[in-house]
Write a protein that binds this ligand. Structure first.
Ligand SMILES: *Cc1c(COP(=O)(O)O)cnc(C)c1O
Length: 401
């Protein structure tokens, strides 16, 4: 018999990761129920999960897929991103925010960030758009990234999209559970599509998984078709006017990007606790902020009209400590504090260097990366462990003050 122990392992020398899933017994039982049911994939749990996501986010449609990367790829395809088109995103993101454009044959460029919050800089975007308009290189798609769970200034980006004619995919992989101007991230009020990730380090998890949300019926239909080979099962949409009853039609080239009912049942179960997760993250960040007040570091700014879901707790070293960024990082890791960098700017990865991007091209992003450290933050991070993070961080910083 399997024993499901709730006991926390309090070993002294335990590595504290920067993020971690929170799975409880109810989650486990909900998954077990699906495993014993008629459908473990392509069944009713997926639809239920999608309905609950769109209800929570106030979007008309939600399409669950096997990762946020897949959701980004399908979103680009649904917006007709093609060879020769431009896609712009933020350098301070996971590589998937840019890779999705490459999958479609598009060319990638980046918009620099605000150093205070790590989010796409609207002024930089505006002047880059002005130049692109003159050169005839305007982007077809822009992907703002809600770093650490904090929404970008979507209303401004939306206004620019009307002026310059681009589509918007919000990469909200960090941001389910957050709000912007009183509306849930995912409402798509200021975008065509919003994408979430359900990877275990993110806000809620399905193991691997993601979703694309939209208010546009055509986009929803396209994503839904493409996630399953481009196969259409609804006879009303068939090209063959006299189909046999068993027939399905492949009308274009799609993929197998489907999520399973096993995963969806975990997602549904997790979604129930999302608000609780976010408030726990907030309380833990507050503890960090109060205990680290007099340290030579800053926490990322959260704009007034944003409620961040706080996927990450990113600290920025004061100027005089920046030369020691790498050293501080290594020392913390040695002390078993699972610090992480979010992110190495995408244009500095060897793969992107091949496209001719230069060091110094997006200076604020590079400065951000050279001064930022993500410290552990997740719902089940115990008070004991958090104190350990605080104590060790103070200990390491002391040597550089
Ligand atoms: C995690 C992440 C992704 C990719 O998510 P997967 O579900 O692992 O594919 C994309 N963009 C950002 C910003 C992310 O953090």
């Amino acid at each position: 018999m399997i024993r499901l122990s709730k006991k926390v392992n309090l070993k002294k020398n335990q590595f504290i990761p920067y993020g971690r899933q929170d799975i409880n017994l109810r989650d486990i039982f909900n998954v077990l129920k699906i495993l014993k049911s008629d459908f473990i994939t392509n069944g009713p749990a997926i639809e239920k999960f999608e309905n609950e996501i769109s209800k929570y986010c106030k979007s008309r449609y939600a399409l669950a897929v096997n990762s946020a990367t897949s959701a980004l790829h399908l979103s680009c395809l649904a917006l007709n991103l093609k060879k020769g088109d431009w896609l712009w995103t933020s350098p301070i993101s996971f590589v998937a925010s840019a890779n999705c454009g490459i999958y479609c044959g598009a060319k990638i460029d980046f918009v620099d960030i605000n150093i205070e919050n790590g989010l796409m800089d609207i002024k930089a975007l505006e002047s880059k758009l002005q130049i692109a308009a003159k050169n005839g290189t305007l982007p077809k798609v822009i992907i703002p990234v809600h770093l650490a769970g904090t929404s970008c200034d979507m209303e401004s980006i939306f206004k620019l999209s009307k002026q310059y004619g681009f589509s918007i995919i919000e990469d909200a992989s960090h941001a389910i559970g957050g709000k912007y101007k009183g509306l849930p991230v995912g409402s798509c009020k200021y975008s065509d599509i919003t994408v979430f990730s359900f990877h275990p380090v993110k806000l809620i998890t399905t193991g691997e998984g993601g979703a694309a949300l939209t208010n546009n019926e055509k986009i929803a239909e396209k994503i839904s078709d493409l996630r399953s080979h481009g196969i259409i099962k609804d006879q009303k949409r068939f090209i063959d006017q006299d189909p046999s009853p068993w027939l399905y039609e492949q009308q274009y080239l799609g993929f197998n990007y489907r999520i399973t009912d096993i995963q969806a049942s975990l997602g549904l179960s997790q979604l129930n606790r999302l608000d609780k997760f976010v408030s726990k993250r907030n309380a833990k960040l507050d503890l960090y902020k109060s205990r680290l007040k007099s340290e030579p570091i800053n926490f990322l700014e959260i704009p007034k009209d944003v409620k961040s879901s706080l996927h990450l707790s990113i600290i920025q070293l004061n100027k005089e400590l920046i030369p020691f960024h790498r050293q501080i990082f290594i020392e913390l890791r040695k002390l078993l504090i699972g610090v992480q960098l979010h992110y190495l700017p995408i244009h500095l990865h060897p793969f992107y260097q091949k496209f001719g991007f230069k060091r110094g091209q997006f200076p604020k992003s590079e400065l951000f990366a050279n001064s930022s450290i993500s410290i552990p933050l997740y719902p089940s991070l115990s008070y004991f462990k958090q104190l350990k993070v605080i104590k060790n961080l103070k200990f390491v910083l002391k040597n550089y003050k």
